[in-house]
Write a protein that binds this ligand. Structure first.
Ligand code: ADP
Ligand code: MG
Length: 290
């Protein structure tokens, strides 16, 4: 039978929008030593906006570049892709026909347009392929997420800079967790520069940048060797293995079905402060019965 205090806590939890799917991890959570947050969509809003389109080739104007990138991205569901498609719509740009579309996990997308192969990818992809990154001083100095447009795996035509706002409640959440003696980390597929920026803004204890989806779980494993109880908070498909690997997996907000199914606890809100409610609830629940 379920002890009364626990069942009462479960209903308090439900009222606060916390769904406890597995009780053991909830019990473990009161002793949590480290919380690892996914960046995009968890600590940040996960809604990107195009800030700047930089051209590296004199043969293309910005609208043509945006048209090419948006056409390839129109077949992707990534929040970055949505922002780029949105920007092209705002500029009343039609999309072109794309063949052989492929998504490159954690790095970008590719597709053929009029017989030319285009990639809309991260800087990591360019490094992997040994493709030189164009003149740095043409690049925006602001901290942003970048999508490079590469033609025929040879020529980098453009870079689009996008920004995603840090959620207003993230900072207070991190501060409160620290006051409770809990370490905070961030894990992201995004670049080093942006990870460092978000980490410093929020006062995190550490971060992992440019982590491929299949490597996220490995990072959690490494952290578990150092810290007793590690919780992972995420929303995306690429967070699912990490949610399963953590001592406590927490899915947040409008998370994807797969993240929700992989989580021990589901928070219906996107407000990261709900993590604090969860800490308090797990502590008070088990204080009463133990
Ligand atoms: P996160 O861990 O932040 O949720 P992802 O693993 O989804 O990030 O993506 C990691 C990186 O891969 C992104 O920051 C971006 O640079 C690149 N990327 C992923 N999908 C796309 C896309 N559709 N277009 C361009 N770049 C992409
Ligand atoms: Mg995410």
């Amino acid at each position: 039978a379920v002890p009364l205090v626990i069942s009462r806590s479960t209903s308090i939890a439900a009222k606060k929008g916390l769904l406890i799917r597995n009780r053991k991890p909830f019990e473990r959570f009161r002793k949590v030593e480290a919380v690892v947050f996914d960046k995009t969509g968890t600590l940040t809003e996960g809604k990107f906006e195009v800030r700047e389109i930089i051209t590296f080739s004199e043969n293309y104007d910005k609208n043509t570049l945006l048209q090419i990138i948006a056409s390839v991205e129109s077949l992707s569901e990534h929040p970055i892709a949505q922002a780029i498609v949105e920007e092209s719509k705002k500029n009343k740009i039609d999309t072109l026909e794309v063949n052989n579309f492929k998504s490159i996990t954690g790095k970008g997308v590719e597709g053929n347009i009029n017989g030319e192969l285009y990639h809309a990818v991260s800087v990591e992809y360019l490094k992997d392929e040994g493709i030189p990154i164009p003149d740095e001083n043409k690049k925006n100095k602001a901290v942003s997420t970048q999508v490079y447009l590469l033609k025929n795996k040879k020529e980098v035509l453009s870079v689009i800079n996008l920004v995603d706002r840090i959620r207003p409640q993230s900072k207070a959440t991190v501060r409160s967790l620290k006051e409770l003696g809990i370490k905070t980390y961030m894990i992201t597929g995004d670049n080093e520069e942006i990870a460092k920026y978000v980490s410093e803004e929020l006062g995190l204890d550490g971060y992992y940048a440019s982590v491929l989806p299949n490597e996220k779980a490995q990072k959690i494993k490494e952290l578990r060797e150092k810290r007793q109880t590690v919780a992972m908070v995420g929303d995306g498909v690429n967070d699912a293995p990490a949610l399963v690997t953590a001592d406590v997996g927490i899915a947040v907000g409008a998370g994807t079905d797969i993240a929700i199914e992989s989580a021990d606890i589901v928070l219906s809100t996107s407000n990261p402060q709900a993590i604090l409610d969860l800490v308090h609830l797990s502590k008070s629940t088990y204080k009463k019965i133990i």
